[in-house]
Design a protein around this ligand. Sequence first.
Ligand code: GAR
Length: 218
Amino acid sequence: MRRVAILISGRGSNMTALIEAAAADGFPAEIALVISNRVDAPGIATAQANGVKTLVIESKPFGKDRAGFEKLLQATLDEHKIELICLGGFMRLFTAEFVRHWYGRMLNIHPSLLPSFPGLDPHGQALRAGVKISGATVHFVIPETDAGPIVMQGAVAVVDDDTPDTLAARVLDIEHKIYPQALRLLATNSVGITGDTCTTSTGASASLDDTLISPTVI
Ligand code: GAR
């Protein structure tokens, strides 16, 4: 059973999906701790309601002193014997040193098919680019924002009358499906990193018959 910390800054819906998945019999990871860098993150109450220990380590007082914040964060992770980290809408950049320390053990989710549309407003970016398929990506964290070896992706169709909000809602459903599955792969040592890419073992191959075409011609 791998000990996982989820780091959040806000709503925490991906956190909730991970907590719910991990509560099921046989899930190979335990959500041992939720850490928020914001005292007002709504996800804190949700985690507590699910019986998960929560801590707030406010990053704001540290200003640009990222290393100072991370020292406290690392001490807390050590104290709780955390082995894996899942970022769930954690809106604070890390130093390269912290990222290197956790390389291969820290996942992030981003609501686009990376490497397209990293950063802010991914759904607005996708709509402006006119893509017909978008989705979500779980990846290992590297110093560059919203980049790193891709563990899992899920796709949704983009429709003509989508707004950033309607697309976000459809992608969020996918996020909640893939994040627990990606954590399962990591917790069972089923993901290998070769250079910039991941390979997956143990019966988790893509179904080559699964095709998503968008738009569909009637
Ligand atoms: C999610 O859509 C996540 O993919 C995104 O923030 C949202 C957090 O929602 N993350 C990023 O954009 C990372 N660059 P949640 O708090 O309900 O999980």
